[in-house]
Design a protein around this ligand. Structure first.
Ligand code: ATP
Ligand code: MP5
Length: 290
């Protein structure tokens, strides 16, 4: 008997299919990891923005969690949009009860298009989920909201990763996708993990990873594209998929970033929707049956 590893995403639905639950399940499938899902919110959304959003009631979210966790041997979990304080507290209780292994926390607060997706207190987010996270993956806007400080350079990102690590996650990945025209500055003492990338520079997409007390810079070529909707969700679910596949943590993060870079490249010429289009999650798939 052989079963694929199982991952779980706890996130919101994106009707446009580029982010949220849809991106996560595509990513799990691309990694040959069986995907399960707990839907926390429904958003009416496309490549241009969110036009409506409604949270799922706590009882129904709890029932989904119990249905999945009571039946599947979940090996890794990704959290995305939680919407507000009630679902944040609910998910935290499952984590505190040791029911959410290899937890990748993407602290979704606002979309790239500027629509808010979390109505609660960012400090409470950090206090509840920070200690439970294997990896916390804020983008620059979320890092600013979580720490209440400006982040404009790669050095700021490194300082922020250290500051977020004091809340208890094993690792913090501060994502630099929104960092414009910034160079990596001095190479960091911790060196770099191969993310299929290039050394830092303004044509690089630089993330910084604080992991087990070491600072690592992850640099990849910056892809010239408008199709970058859902890159954060895709990265976090690719990390979860790789943890479910038992990759060591720094390699799981670096490999996930390389996967996102390829997904951006493969979708660069797509015209899906009129705004920020999705990435190509299945870029690596080769099958004679398809
Ligand atoms: N144009 C790009 N080229 C290469 N990598 C990119 C590009 N844009 C973002 N990335 C990478 O994609 C990942 C997600 O980063 P980003 O900072 O955009 O997160 P996010 O804001 O949560 O994502 P989203 O755009 O979905 O909101 C990071 O690894 C980042 O470096
Ligand atoms: C349901 C849901 N979850 C997360 C995001 C963040 O993704 P992005 O910042 O790419 O819009 C989103 N737009 N929608």
């Amino acid at each position: 008997m052989h079963s694929p590893p199982v991952a779980l995403t706890i996130a919101g639905s994106d009707s446009g299919g580029g982010a949220g639950i849809q991106a996560d399940l595509h990513t799990f499938a691309a990694h040959h990891v069986y995907g399960t899902s707990v839907i926390t919110a429904i958003t009416a959304q496309n490549t241009r923005g969110v036009t409506a959003a409604e949270s799922i009631g706590a009882d129904l979210v709890r029932a989904q969690l119990d249905a999945v966790l009571g039946d599947f041997a979940v090996a890794a979990v990704k959290t995305g949009m939680l919407g507000g304080a009630e679902l944040l507290a609910l998910v935290a209780r499952y984590g505190e009860a040791d029911r959410l292994p290899n937890l990748v926390v993407d602290p979704v607060m606002v979309t790239t298009t500027g629509d808010p997706l979390f109505a609660g207190d960012p400090a409470a987010y950090l206090a509840r989920l920070g200690p439970l996270a294997t990896v916390l993956t804020p983008n620059l806007i979320e890092t600013r909201q979580l720490l209440g400080r400006e982040i404009t350079t790669v050095d700021d990102m490194r300082e922020a990763a250290r500051a977020l690590a004091t809340y208890g996650p094993r690792a913090v990945l501060v994502k630099g996708g929104h960092l414009e025209g910034e160079s990596a500055g001095e190479p960091h003492e911790g060196g770099a993990v191969d993310a299929g990338g290039v050394p830092g520079g303004s044509d690089s997409a630089i993330d910084v990873l604080w992991c087990d007390g070491q600072m690592l810079d992850l640099a990849a070529p910056r892809v010239a594209t408008r199709n970058d909707h859902g890159t954060g969700c895709t990265l976090a679910s690719a990390i979860a998929a790789r943890l479910a596949l038992e990759h060591p943590l720094p390699q799981a993060v670096a490999g996930a970033k390389a996967y996102v870079t390829e997904a951006l490249k493969a979708a660069a010429e797509w015209r899906l929707g009129l705004g920020r289009g999705p990435v190509h999650h299945q870029h690596g798939r080769k099958s004679n049956a398809l």
